[in-house]
Design a binder for this molecule. Structure first.
Ligand code: NAP
Length: 305
């Protein structure tokens, strides 16, 4: 173990592990810190069809494992630990976990984003009791039952399609009259016989006893309200960046995404931001992985300078 690592990476999604692979392969000592399990949001995705090289698609969990092992093959070290604070100024950066303070000459911020909550009364208490933010993690608990998904982006649509293969009935609830999700899903949505879309509708309350029993709905155009019984509500209304640890050290945009240009360099020398954490126009596994490779290139330039 090094006293001071060449590269410290915070976050083990596709961006973090690609930075680890490239930096380790370039000969640097690399430590990657991950809070829970490798893969980030990618690991909670059932099938990924748009990452090149997998003609049959690939499970997010498997792709995460491949990426981790690719980086470790070149000597990158993974440590499971939650980072509590960071000191990013100066030539030696500090990363503090509950057990230790780690040092690195360059740091890659790769903490990604986490699912946004609806903010409804009871939502937090019902988490794990009918309210879920991960269809692939929790869908199987509701096999054969009626469930709802709220949201209109790629996550909501992919979740609704996944659940339509497990559940008796899936209702996708979207606040507008048009999906934000990519058009590639249109045919699959039309062909799922047990999937219905409620347009111009928001979820305004959660009905429950000990567990969720239904959702209260309100039409955005007429204001009409009603209750829809369901065993689960899968919330897929976007993500919020996991940038709290870095606030005040690197620049953030108003939504909390880290400002770094296409070189992934932040305003602090030796600090790079990659993947969904970074302000960028397209958040995909492939763009996260690309950020990791770009970061390693500029780390090489920075450490070699
Ligand atoms: P997203 O694209 O930001 O979509 C969020 C959806 O939630 C939007 O339809 C939005 O409605 C709705 N929404 C936001 N706040 C809401 C609220 N309070 N109540 C009700 N609805 C609300 O987020 P995402 O689907 O999580 O995707 C995040 C990123 O990951 C995107 O870049 C996406 O392309 C990418 N992704 C890609 C894939 C894929 O390529 N297969 C799969 C998953 C995710 P409006 O439309 O009205 O704004």
């Amino acid at each position: 173990m090094s006293d001071c690592w060449d590269v410290g990476i915070i976050g083990g999604g596709p961006a973090g592990y690609t930075a680890a692979l490239y930096a380790a392969r370039a000969g640097f000592s690399v430590l990657l810190l991950e809070k829970l399990a490798p893969g980030g949001q990618m690991a909670t995705t059932d099938v990924i069809d748009n990452y090149p090289g997998f003609p049959e698609g690939v499970s997010g969990f498997d792709l995460a494992d491949h990426m981790k092992r690719s980086a470790e093959r070149f000597g990158a070290v993974t440590r499971l630990a939650e980072v509590q604070s960071v000191g990013l100024a100066g030539p030696v950066k500090e990363i503090v976990t509950r057990k230790e303070t780690l040092r690195a000459r360059a740091v890659v911020l790769a903490t990604g984003a986490s699912p946004r909550e609806l903010g409804l009364p009871g939502e937090r208490e019902l988490r794990g009791r009918g309210v879920s933010y991960c269809a692939t993690c929790d869908g199987m608990f509701f096999r054969g039952q009626s469930v709802c998904v709220v949201g209109g982006g790629n996550t909501a649509v992919a979740d609704a399609l996944y659940l339509s293969r497990l559940c008796a009935r899936v209702t996708l609830i979207h606040r507008r009259d048009r999906l934000r999700a990519s058009a590639v899903y249109a045919h699959a949505l039309e062909s799922a016989p047990n999937l219905e879309i409620l347009w111009n509708t928001t979820v305004t309350s959660l009905e429950h006893d000990d567990v969720l029993t239904g959702v209260g709905l309100t039409r955005t155009d007429t204001g009409a309200t009603r209750t829809l019984p369901c065993a689960a509500l899968f919330v897929a209304v976007g993500h919020v960046p996991e940038s709290g640890l870095f606030r005040g050290q690197v620049d953030l945009d108003p939504a909390g995404y880290v400002l770094a240009d296409e070189t992934t360099r932040t305003r602090l020398p030796g600090v790079f931001a990659v993947g969904d954490l970074r302000q960028k126009p397209l958040r995909q596994v492939v763009t996260a992985a690309a950020d990791g490779a770009v970061a390693a290139h500029f780390i090489e330039e920075y450490l070699g300078a």
